[in-house]
Each structure stands twice: as C-alpha cells, then as structure tokens.
Write a protein that binds this ligand. Structure first.
Ligand code: 5GP
Ligand code: MG
Length: 175
C-alpha cells in the first residue's frame, strides 16, 4: 500500500506566487545591469528556481549543486557532502544561491563556504522558507519568502522520503 500521511495545508499556491513575485522584484532591483549566476540546491529548489527565474528579465545564468546530508531521515545528519559540484566558473560572478528551506543552517553554511572559496564577486542567499529557532549558527538570508513553524513541510519541491515534491502548495506533515 502507498504510504499516505496526513497533510495539512500551510502555504497555498497563491501565497507562494505572491511571495515569488515580491522576491523577483527585490532581486531585479538589486541585480540591475548585472549578469548574476543563480545556483540552486538540488533537489528541493527545482520548482522555486523555475518559478523565480521566469519572473526575472535579467540576463541571468543558472546551475545546480547536489549536496547530501539527510538521506531518508527528517533530521540533518550534521555532515554535508558535495555530490555534484558546480560546472560553471564562479570566480568574479555575482552569485545568488537559491534554497528551498533553511532549517539548522548547516547545509547552507557549508555551501556558502564552499562557494566563497571560488571567489565570487558577490554571494547572496535567497530562501523560500526558514525555521529561525532551529538555526545552529548565525545565517543571514538576503531574500526570504516565508518563516515557517518548526514542523516538517512538504510540497513545492520539498519532499518526505522523495515524495510530495510535485504538490503545488506547501503542507505540514501531521504526526
Ligand atoms: P539544514 O542543513 O538547514 O538543517 O537543512 C537543510 C535541508 O534539509 C533542506 O535543504 C531540506 O532538504 C531539508 N529540510 C529541512 N527541513 C525540512 C522540512 O521541513 N521539509 C523538507 N522536506 N525538507 C527539510
Ligand atoms: Mg534543500
């Protein structure tokens, strides 16, 4: 039988679309006249990246990194590994990292350090969601969609054990 947990809607597709518009406006203003490189974190950011970049008429380029830490668990293992690195040169670029969610911040801190070593001209972070009480280190998010409760969320790219990434809205998984 297919596993079917209880899902409770947290953020509707309309609210997401409004937030994406708002973020696109802020980003467009800040990157006017630039040719930014957007770096998405796979797999969770794929839907957000697709919607965000289609709202931007900037001469942007994009690439993805694949990191691993979670596996099938709901909690970070605390260890991050680059599974697939950046193929495009980062040196001298205005880089914007696009993430689905900042939880403990371990993943994003690791990625920002990894990218900093490649000497971008600027390095900023855009996250769709954030769970501030869970941060284990100071993280500054330049462009943020939503602050979410300390619960496990799925949909709009976010998975639970690889499922639910295709849901157009964001849901809480009820225990
Ligand atoms: P962090 O390293 O900040 O603890 O975790 C970041 C990664 O953990 C995210 O990119 C995401 O893959 C996963 N993650 C953290 N919280 C959630 C959540 O509530 N739902 C889902 N689907 N993934 C989460
Ligand atoms: Mg992620």
């Amino acid at each position: 039988m297919v596993f079917q947990p209880q899902l409770k809607i947290l953020i509707s597709r309309d609210e997401i679309a409004k937030a994406v518009d708002r973020l696109a406006c802020e980003i467009k203003k800040d990157y006017q006249g630039k040719q930014p490189l957007f770096i998405g974190v796979l797999k969770g950011s794929f839907v957000f990246m697709a919607d965000l970049t289609r709202q931007l008429d900037l001469p942007l380029e994009l690439d993805f990194v694949r990191l691993s830490s979670y596996g099938a668990a709901k909690e970070s293992s605390g260890k991050v590994r680059v599974v697939q690195g950046i193929k495009m040169p980062v040196k001298g670029r205005d880089v914007l990292v696009v993430e689905d969610i900042v939880d403990t911040g371990i993943t994003i801190s690791f990625l920002l350090d990894y990218l900093k070593k490649k000497q971008p001209t600027s390095l900023k972070l855009c996250a769709l969601t954030d769970k501030p009480p869970r941060h284990r280190a100071p993280i500054s998010i330049d462009y943020l969609g939503f602050t979410v409760p300390d619960k496990f969320i799925v949909g709009y790219g976010l998975d639970f054990d690889e499922r639910f990434r295709n849901l157009p809205d964001i849901y809480l998984i009820e225990d």
